[in-house]
Design a protein around this ligand. Structure first.
Ligand SMILES: Nc1ncnc2c1ncn2[C@@H]1O[C@H](COP(=O)(O)OP(=O)(O)O)[C@@H](O)[C@H]1O
Ligand SMILES: [Mg+2]
Length: 265
């Protein structure tokens, strides 16, 4: 839940000792509904609970991540671009160790403006650079769109998480995301891991595709998988990460496990 005390939005400068190869993490899959936004929120909260200072960037016109924190029509990177304000001025503290840089629908105008220009992939990278000193982790939530948003997030990132459901079309989204990562690799090589989300072990198709994913992505699949858990949806109704809503929920334990796995690789 957003705390309204303005002092809470102040970001004190701390020396971060974060290993730089995984400080900025883009969460991408060209398919919608694979839990990109839910992973950004809940992994971010789980890292914050591990005493890491975490910034979540909502880089999606739909602003779902912002809405999950109860933030509507807050200033976004559009206003940063239009009014020449600093990103630090629009960042909100949303809970202990966790900050949000919100989105709003005007991000589509930002994309339209940059898509008319050459070299439009570096907008986000340039604006994130000065923020790196304040946070251990910066997680970027992206839309399925391949234009502007995903390339900007990938070019700003040093690591990618590709969430996927165990179903055919989501796997295809993983392939599309991989091909974008590969297309950028000459100038910007990126390490990535595939994350199984919304896993339902009672569903036969899910089980078959999970074993296919394990075969195909032997070294690039997270050991932790996130199961389908209604507690994730319940927690979103009251604008909380699932880890805050019910620490004993299956998804809470799995996102905590994922945070630990991320810290260990
Ligand atoms: N582990 C989970 N268990 C149950 N529902 C989930 C889980 N993760 C996400 N959801 C739900 O699935 C839907 C899609 O998730 P979302 O994070 O919005 O996906 P994306 O950002 O990829 O479009 C949402 O309704 C969300 O509440
Ligand atoms: Mg989303």
């Amino acid at each position: 839940m957003v705390e309204k005390n303005p002092n809470d939005d102040f970001i004190e400068l701390v020396e971060t000792h974060q290993e730089k190869s995984k400080q900025i993490i883009a969460i991408c899959n060209q398919k919608g509904g694979v839990a990109k936004t839910s992973t950004c929120l809940n992994l971010g909260a789980a890292l914050a609970a591990q005493n890491k200072r975490v910034l979540l960037i909502d880089f999606d016109v739909q602003s779902n991540l912002s809405l999950l924190f109860g933030c509507k029509n807050e200033r976004s990177f559009y206003e940063v671009h239009e009014s020449d304000i600093k990103p630090t001025e629009i960042i909100k503290k949303v809970s202990e160790n966790l900050w949000l840089l919100p989105a709003n629908s005007k991000l589509s105008l930002l994309a339209r403006h940059y898509l008319r220009q050459k070299n439009n992939g570096y907008f986000l990278r340039e604006h994130i650079e000065p923020l790196k000193q304040y946070f251990d982790y910066i997680l970027i939530d992206t839309p399925p769109s391949v234009k502007f948003f995903t390339p900007n997030a990938l070019l700003a990132a040093d690591f990618v998480i590709v969430p996927t459901q165990c179903e055919f079309l989501s796997m295809n989204g993983v392939l599309q995301t991989e091909s974008i990562i590969q297309a950028l690799a000459k100038s910007h090589p990126l390490d990535y891991r595939v994350l199984v989300t919304l896993y339902d072990q009672r569903n036969m198709a899910s089980k078959v595709i999970f074993s296919k994913l394990k075969n195909k992505y032997q070294n690039t699949l997270f050991n932790t998988a996130i199961e389908f858990d209604p507690k994730v949806q319940e927690s979103q109704i009251i604008n909380q990460p699932v880890t805050h809503y019910d620490a004993n929920a299956t998804a809470s334990k799995q996102y905590t496990q994922l945070a630990k796995e991320l810290l260990s690789i």
